[in-house]
Design a protein around this ligand. Structure first.
Ligand SMILES: *Cc1c(COP(=O)(O)O)cnc(C)c1O
Length: 359
C-alpha cells in the first residue's frame, strides 16, 4: 500500500502534547513543499527556498495550529469554539470544527475579510459575525466570551495553536538537513513567528541542527506595531491577514527576535504587490498579499546588504493566492486586466501571439 502523509498530529505524535485520550482531528495538514526559488536566488545571491503553506487543506498555515487546537478542545469536552479572525483562522476553525462535529463561531472585522476566506467559513457552516471594529476588537471580545461562556478559544493566544504551527520548522530542517541561516515570515499577531523560533530551538536541542536561523519578520507599513515599538490604533493595509495593530504574541515575539538576533521590518503595500507579482510570475507560486511580504522583506534586506551571499534563506508564504485573487487582476496603475478577445481563427491568433508559421 502506498503511504500518504497522515497529518502532523500523527506524523509528530512523539513531539506534541497528545496522548491516546486525544481525538485526532485532522484533514491531512502539514507536509507542505519547500520549493527552491532560483529566480529569487539569482536576484539576491542567497540560496532561497519557499515554504508554501498555501498547500494546506484550507489554503493557509492556520491548519497546523487548528488541528492541534481543535483536537485538544474536543479532548477537553468542548462543544463550541470561538475565534477572532482576519479570515484564514475562521476558514480553518470552521473546517476542523465541521470535521469534529462541533460548532465554530467566528468574529471578523466588518468588510475587511477577503471573499475567498468568507466563502470558506460559510461553506463549512460556521456562525459568522461581522464586528463593527477591527481585528484587535474582535480578539478582545473573543477572549471575553471564552472566559465567561462555554466556548473554547482557538486563536493563537491558545498555546496549542503555536505548538501545532512549530512543526513547519521541523519539516524544513528535515528537508534541508539543517536549519536555514535566515527565516523570513509575515507578522500579524506574531504567533507564527514565535512558533517557528520554538520549532528551530527544539531542533537544536534534539541535535538535528546546529543553526538557529535569524528570524526576520515583516509587517505592512500601515500596520507595523513591532517595528514602531508601539501598538497601532487604526492599522491599515490591503494585506488583510496582517492588518493587526496589537499583536497578541508581542512579548514572545520580542523574546524570539532577541534570542535569534532577528529583525522586524516594514514594507509598503506597493512593495507587497510587487513582490507578489515577482513570486507568481518568476517562481510560479501564487500567494495572497500578506504572504508576499516575506519575499518583499528578502529583497529589501538583500538590497540593504544584510544578507551575505550564499546564505540559506527560507521564506514562509502563509496563504494561497486564490484566497484573495482581486489584486492579481489589477495592473500596478490600478487598471483591470482583461484578456484580449479574438475570433475563432488560427492564423489571426498566431499573429496576435507573435508566432511565425513553420510549415
Ligand atoms: C494569520 C496570517 C498571518 C499572520 O500570522 P500571525 O501568526 O498572526 O503573525 C500571515 N499571513 C496569513 C496568510 C495569515 O493567514
Amino acid at each position: 500500500m502506498a503511504r500518504q502523509w497522515r497529518g502532523l498530529l500523527h506524523e509528530y505524535a512523539d513531539r506534541l502534547n497528545i496522548t491516546s485520550a486525544t481525538p485526532i482531528i485532522t484533514l491531512g495538514e502539514g507536509g507542505t513543499p519547500l520549493i527552491p526559488a532560483p529566480a529569487l536566488s539569482e536576484r539576491t545571491g542567497a540560496k532561497v527556498y519557499v515554504k508554501f503553506e498555501g498547500m494546506n487543506p484550507t489554503g493557509s498555515f492556520k491548519d497546523r495550529g487548528m488541528t492541534m487546537a481543535i483536537s485538544k478542545a474536543v479532548e477537553a469536552g468542548a462543544k463550541a469554539v470561538i475565534c477572532a479572525s482576519t479570515g484564514n483562522t475562521s476558514a480553518s476553525a470552521a473546517a476542523y470544527a465541521a470535521y469534529a462535529g462541533i460548532t465554530a463561531a467566528v468574529l471578523v472585522p466588518e468588510g475587511k475579510i477577503s471573499m475567498g476566506k468568507l466563502s470558506q467559513a460559510v461553506a463549512h457552516n460556521a456562525q459568522i459575525l461581522q464586528l463593527q471594529g477591527n481585528f484587535d476588537d474582535c480578539l478582545d471580545i473573543a477572549r471575553d466570551l471564552a472566559e465567561n461562556y462555554p466556548v473554547h478559544l482557538v486563536n493563537s493566544v491558545n498555546n496549542d495553536r503555536i505548538e501545532g504551527q512549530k512543526t513547519a520548522a521541523y519539516e524544513i530542517v528535515e528537508v534541508l538537513g539543517r536549519a536555514p541561516d535566515f527565516h523570513f515570515i509575515p507578522v500579524g499577531n506574531a504567533g507564527n513567528y514565535t512558533a517557528y523560533h520554538r520549532g528551530y530551538r527544539e531542533e537544536i536541542t534534539r541535535g538535528a541542527t546546529h543553526v538557529l536561523p535569524r528570524m526576520f519578520g515583516f509587517q505592512a507599513a500601515g500596520s507595523a506595531p513591532l517595528v514602531n515599538g508601539a501598538p497601532v490604533l487604526k492599522p491599515e493595509t490591503l494585506a488583510t491577514a496582517i492588518r493587526i495593530g496589537k499583536p497578541a504574541s508581542w512579548d514572545l515575539a520580542i523574546a524570539a527576535k532577541e534570542d535569534s538576533n532577528g529583525y522586524f521590518g516594514a514594507i509598503t503595500d506597493e512593495g507587497i504587490l510587487a513582490a507578489q507579482r515577482i513570486l507568481s510570475a518568476d517562481v510560479g507560486v501564487f500567494v495572497e498579499p500578506a504572504s508576499a511580504i516575506s519575499v518583499a522583506g528578502l529583497l529589501e534586506r538583500a538590497e540593504a546588504g544584510a544578507i551575505p551571499k550564499g546564505s540559506v534563506c527560507v521564506l514562509t508564504v502563509t496563504g494561497h493566492g486564490l484566497k484573495d485573487p482581486q489584486y492579481a487582476l489589477k495592473r500596478p496603475d490600478g487598471t483591470e486586466v482583461s484578456p484580449e478577445v479574438v475570433a475563432v481563427n488560427t492564423a489571426e491568433i498566431a499573429s496576435v501571439l507573435g508566432l511565425a508559421k513553420v510549415k
